[in-house]
Ligand binder design. Structure first.
Ligand code: IPM
Ligand code: MG
Length: 345
């Protein structure tokens, strides 16, 4: 095994739609960085087609045994609307998060200078934005009791003090100046427990300021004054919604990487964009969020900060050199974007 790659064992899960296309690009980037031991497995719709389930026990075990997991995207219209009891690709992703105890999802939003004019917001609004969404990932309404009862349906939101404490600790440890905790404490009991608990965790981190914001106001502030945020700490569902909103600050959701980490085991690194079935197979997918996710994997998962920074500056330079995929108003293909980034490495 080559020392250059550190011999890290990475499980790659290309998934569905554009997932395999951006994953192929990521593997070229990994090849460029050194020898990794890469093991490819199925997840999502691809796994439903092969095994009738979106995540097999074997694949979960392989992910748990890896040094890090890189994921493309899951889902697509082919597996939708097959009736209530049938397996859904998204369950593969949720099963992976729960099965690997990945309770902390990190989604950094840092508009790249060359893309300031690609955002639907005016440049003056987004300049200086550098925020991190810390989303709780294994609790709340995503994992509470749910079902159908006569003509009703229900989804339950439950949070324990322990679940809130551990995600708040992550947020405070990553904040430079301020944690904005987002909840709906004027309506929800889980949010009132969230607020109380976050206050208690904050008391042990005096160097970081804490403020609370209701989620509806946070949605507004994210577009009104995004540069005022440092770390946004929030529960699973609010984090899902706010991180898509925040993604548009960078010009396209095709730019946003993420890391899902937990209590010390391997993390899962994936772009925030979905499987984009509308452009799958056209060679037009933007691989930059996937490359950013490789950088996050190297930083948070494999302790290789230097390589992470190398990738990030290659992305910046490629964009400064004019690289624009269709989601950014240009015409560069996945292949051209990959070559542009590799050339800047
Ligand atoms: C995300 C996605 C997932 C989520 C879906 C695919 C289950 O939207 O990672 O943000 O809701 O968490
Ligand atoms: Mg989402």
């Amino acid at each position: 095994m080559s020392v250059a790659g550190g011999g890290a064992h990475i499980v790659v899960l290309p998934g569905d739609g554009i997932g395999p296309e951006v994953m192929a690009a990521a593997r070229r980037l990994l090849d460029e960085l050194g020898a990794f031991e890469v093991e490819e497995q199925l997840v999502g719709g691809a796994s439903i087609d092969a095994h009738g389930t979106p995540l097999t026990d074997d694949v979960l075990a392989a992910c748990r045994a890896a040094d890090a997991v890189l994921l493309g995207a899951v889902g697509g219209p082919r597996w939708d609307s097959r009736g209530p009891g049938s397996p859904r690709p998204e369950q593969g992703l949720l099963g992976l998060r729960k099965g690997m105890e990945l309770f902390a999802n990190l989604r950094p939003v840092r508009p790249i200078p060359a893309l300031l004019d690609a955002s639907p917001l005016r440049r003056e609004r987004i300049e200086g934005t550098d925020l991190l969404v810390v989303r709780e990932l294994t609790g709340g309404i995503y994992f509470g009791d749910s079902g159908r009862r006569g003509d009703e349906a229900f989804d339950t939101c439950v949070y324990s003090v322990t679940e809130i404490e551990r995600i708040a600790e992550v947020a405070f440890s990553l904040a430079r100046r301020r944690v904005t905790s987002v909840d709906k404490a004027n309506v929800l009991e889980t949010s009132r427990l969230w607020r109380e608990t976050v206050e208690r965790v904050a008391a042990a981190h005096e160097e970081v300021d804490l403020d609370h914001m209701l989620v509806d106001n946070a949605a507004m502030q994210l577009v009104a004054r995004p540069s005022a945020f440092d770390v946004i700490l929030t529960e699973n569902m609010f984090g899902d919604i706010l991180s898509d909103e925040a993604a548009m600050l960078t010009g396209s959701i095709g730019m946003l990487p993420s890391a899902s980490v937990g209590a010390g085991g391997p993390g899962v690194f994936e772009p925030v964009h979905g499987s984009a079935p509308d452009i799958a197979g056209t060679g037009r997918a933007n691989p930059l969020a996937m490359f950013g996710s490789v950088a996050m994997m190297l930083r948070y998962g494999l302790d290789r900060e230097r390589d992470a920074a190398r990738i990030e500056s290659a992305l910046d330079r490629a964009l400064e050199g004019g690289l624009r995929t269709p989601d950014l108003g240009g015409s560069a293909s996945t292949e051209e974007a990959t070559r542009a980034v590799l050339a800047n490495l």
